[in-house]
Each structure stands twice: as C-alpha cells, then as structure tokens.
Write a protein that binds this ligand. Sequence first.
Ligand code: FAD
Ligand code: NAP
Length: 543
Amino acid sequence: MEKFDLVIVGAGFAGMYGLHKFREKGLRVRVFEAGTDVGGTWYWNRYPGARCDVPSIEYSFGFSDELEQEWDWPEVFSAQPDILKYANHVADRFGLREDIEFNSRVTEVRFVEEEGLWEIAIDQETRCRAKYCVMATGCLSVPNTPSLEGADSFEGQVLHTGRWPKEAVDLSKKQVGVIGTGSSGVQAIPELAKQSEHLFVYQRSPVYTVPANRKAMREEVQAEFRKNYRQIRELQQLNFGGVSNFRLTESVKRAVSKEKQTARPSKILELNEETLKQMIKEQGLGVLLSFTDVYSDMRANEIANQLFREEISSIVKKEAVASSLLPKDYGLGCKRQVLDRDYYETFNRSDVTLIDLEKTPIERISPKGIVTGDSEQSLDVIIYATGFDAMTGALLKSNIIGRQGKTLKEKWQFGPEAYLGLQIAGFPNLFTVTGPGSPSVLCNMLVAIEQHIDWIADCIGYLDANGFSSIEPTCAAEQDWIAHVNQVAEGTMYTAPSCNSWYLGANIPGKPRIFMPYVGGFPQYKSRCDAIVKNHYEGFVIS
Ligand code: FAD
Ligand code: NAP
C-alpha cells in the first residue's frame, strides 16, 4: 500500500493551496478529487449566471507575488468561467496536477490506531496511508436534491445548478422549470429566462436580493491594485469579513460623496423614513445592508424589510407577482445575502411564470412535468437550484472513522463538534479546512482558506521539528469553543427563531438545528488561533 506524508481530499482552492504549501514544506503529498479537474465550486457550478459576489481582487490567492502580478481580471466581480480559468492557471503555474488524482472519490478515511496512520479508500478499491489527512472537501460541495414524489418518473432532462454539465445545454424552444430561489436560482433565473422558450420559477421562500456591481475591470484600476496588493492583503486580515475595501487613489476625488456617506449615522434607527428613501434612490437598495442595527435590532430590521418590500413592489409590474416575491416571514440578515442582475425585472417578462409554492405546494413530479395543487405543468427540463448539504455534508459523506472505530457520523449526530473548525477530538492528525466553528462561509473564503492552510502547515512543521507524532484537541477545549461559537451567534438575525437557513442546517430534513459558522469575525478568530499556538497549542494534546 502506497504511503504519503499527507493526503488531501478535494482539489478546490483549499486543496490546491494546501498541495502547494505542504509540498513546499518538504512533505510527500497526494490529493484525491472526485471531479475531473481542479476548481471545486467553480468546476461544478457552471450554471448560466454563476459568478462571485466578492471582488476578484479580494477573491484571489495572496500567497504569491508573481501570481498576483501576472493575472488580469476582466470584471470587478468575476463570472464562473473566469474563476475556473484562474484555478487552471494556478494549477499549471505551480505544477499541481502531477500530485492530484482526479476522478477519485474518497469513500472512507479510517484511523489505523496501531500504526498512527490514516488509511484512505478511493472508490472503495484502492487504498493508501498517510500520517496526516487534510479534508479540503468544501462547505458547499454536496448538492441537495429534495426527495419529491415521482421525481424518478420524469421523462425530460434533469439538471442541478451545483452539478451543471460541461457540455453546452440547449434550452431554446424548451419549457423549463426551475425549483429554488436562493443565490444560485437568483443568478440563474434571468439567464434561463433569456435562453428558454418559457421559464416556470417554483418558489418556496421569497428572497431578499439586491443588485450586483457589474463593472468591467479598467486597466488603470487593475494596475493600481497590482501596485498595492501587499496592502490589500494586510487590510483583509483586519476586516471582519476578510475584504480589504481598498480605496483607489485615482477615484478619491470622485469618492467625496462616498465620504459623506461614511459620515452618516451607522444605525437605521437614527434616520427618518424620507432620508432613507432618498438614500435608496441615490445609492440603491444595497444601502439598507450597511446599517449595523439591521442585523441586531428587530425594530431596525423591520424598517429595512419594509423599505425593501416597497422598493420591489415598484419594480414588479403585476401586483400579485410582486406580493409573492416579497419575503414576509423572516428578515434581512437571516440568510446569506443574495446579489442579482435583473432578478425582479425578469418577472415582468411574458415568458416567465412564478409559481408560489406557499400557495400551491409541489404535490409530485409526473412523467411530463410538475404537479402543484391540481394543475400539471408540462416541462422539457427541470432544474434544481435547491442548494447544498452545507458545511458538514461532504465530511460526513467521506465516512471518517477515528479512534476506537468511532465514526464522525456518530460523533456529530447532534451537530458538528470541532475545535476552531480545524480539528476534531478523537480524530488525531486529521484537519478540516474551513470546518464548522470557523468563519468560513461568513468570510471571503480565499482568505479563510489561506489562513487555515498556513495554520495547519505551521502546526505540522512544529510537530515534525520537535519529534512529536500526533495532535488532537481535548474534548474540553472543543466544548468551550462550541459554547463560544453559540454565544456570539446568539441575538443575531442569523439565529432568530423565524430564520431557517442552511447556516442552521434548516434546509436538510432531519439535520440538527445548529448555527455552524463562527460569526465573531475573521480578525478575532485569527488572533485566537495565533494565541493558541503561542500558548503551546493550548487546548490540544500533543504526543
Ligand atoms: P470546494 O471548492 O467546494 O472544493 C471541494 C472539492 O472537494 C470539490 O471539488 C469536491 O469534488 C471535492 N470532494 C468533496 N468530497 C470529496 C471526496 N469524498 N472525495 C474526493 N473529492 C471530494 N465564497 C466566497 O467567498 N465568495 C463568493 O462569491 C462565493 N460564491 C460562491 C458561489 C457558488 C455558486 C458556490 C456554490 C459557492 C460560493 N462560494 C463563495 C463558496 C465557495 O465554495 C468557496 O469560495 C471556495 O470555492 C471553496 O473552496 P474549497 O476548496 O474549500 O471547496
Ligand atoms: P440555497 O440558498 O439553499 O437555496 C436553495 C433554494 O431551493 C431555496 O430557495 C429553497 O427554498 C429551495 N428549495 C430547497 N428545497 C426545496 C423544495 N423541496 N421545494 C421547493 N424549494 C426548495 O442554495 P443556493 O442558492 O445554491 O446557495 C447556497 C449558497 O452557495 C449561497 O448561500 C452562497 O453561500 C453560495 N452561492 C453564492 C453565490 C454568489 O453569488 N456568489 C451564488 C450561488 C451560491 P427555502 O428557502 O424555502 O428552503
């Protein structure tokens, strides 16, 4: 059986950077990836309209000056094909593919206690062993397809946004049904409407979405970013969500009015309705998201929700459609904020029909289409934009078995338990990248990924340099961290009783309702990780 120093599961941005970093440290590394190429999220989510909602200057690697200097982004917020091109460029530039096995799904990860090694099974056939195992399996990599009665009987084409085919999909002259109006659905719907003959949107919960920035990247702007990358990366480390908000010097003059904006009250409760309406008119709906009390004070939240509803009602022409599109049962800040391009305007098209599932739920899928209430809609294609088994899905699906044969499924039956989202008690030398209990999905993920990989690399360096063979957290440290994660989430809109988000596992039937990411902010989290190291890996058992 082949032996490595370290195995990585997954070749998204986390696995790619991990491979580069751990190889640099002199480790013999092998990566196993279920897909046929690198890119993870950006390899699988090829649906029309897919794009990043963090500026590409921020959502890019900061570990290599050369990489930063040689790469140009065509748009401020890049689309999926450009992000995938970037991933491929990184793979080529650092010679990553030679140590990645594609088409290789890890089906078991078992700790062999007598040997102190992890044994990794690929497609239930090949096995290899490694001292360290890094799960870079992604927070949003296991698509959720709801079990709807009769789904298998459908005779048309079935697609999922999270598993979009590489080959072109021809929707022209097709009656297309899309289920789901989260971030993926909202991005896809305006594009699907343009491509199909008629689009039927099956909406269970309406969404709060605000218009996305559509700017192309100007050459002089790219050049200025290039000059200031080090500062940008430093600022990212200090920002709650891992974004630098770097200001261009050449636009300082134009930004005078912006400076006035920053001088305005940071709380919505300090402004009157008229001023707020004027601000929405001038700065767009997104301005509502910039008030701090919207996320922590119910009264402030309801003011923002109400203004939002009024604005949408003015865009969507048919009153009944507008009314269905307005969220009523939960507030802004409960779910991951969605950004769109012409989402509400799309419902003014004559070839788009909204089906409000709150009024007429899906009864079943028939061989010909979707049955809601007592009417059947014939469809050629059904597209699931129904999200993911987030944060824990890919880890649990990998069948991880720790000390004394205890499975991760058993350990996490009441919710994920981990220390810093990096390690799990009972699973020595196994690391998770952006695991539950870390800022992960509440942060610019590339910043979160780099911090985790660097931390793991330093930790392994420390163990090897000092002749230690193993590290794992104590149960007490794990429990203390979970208590802290819960405590900081308490009282935020994320955990309001009316909120049912994937952050809470509420999108998957039977999943324990636990708020999974760390909401204390990236800087606070990072300084805690650093302090733990300084304190001789406080909370860990090193042997
Ligand atoms: P992934 O990219 O998910 O890669 C994990 C890889 O592991 C996958 O390729 C998967 O095939 C593989 N894998 C999993 N299990 C196994 C197994 N058992 N065996 C073998 N291989 C396995 N984040 C942001 O910060 N900003 C954004 O704007 C943003 N937009 C997003 C848009 C979409 C449509 C989605 C779905 C997510 C978005 N995210 C965004 C989150 C995104 O997932 C991260 O930014 C980042 O790409 C995650 O990288 P990763 O390597 O950790 O995981
Ligand atoms: P999602 O946010 O979980 O949305 C899934 C949608 O499917 C929801 O509207 C949900 O309705 C609906 N749904 C689920 N099961 C259903 C059922 N049985 N019947 C009817 N409707 C059902 O998933 P997502 O849109 O794929 O986004 C997931 C995350 O990926 C995002 O939050 C974000 O982090 C990331 N992402 C980011 C971007 C970006 O802009 N950068 C784009 C795409 C994805 P309910 O709300 O009622 O459950």
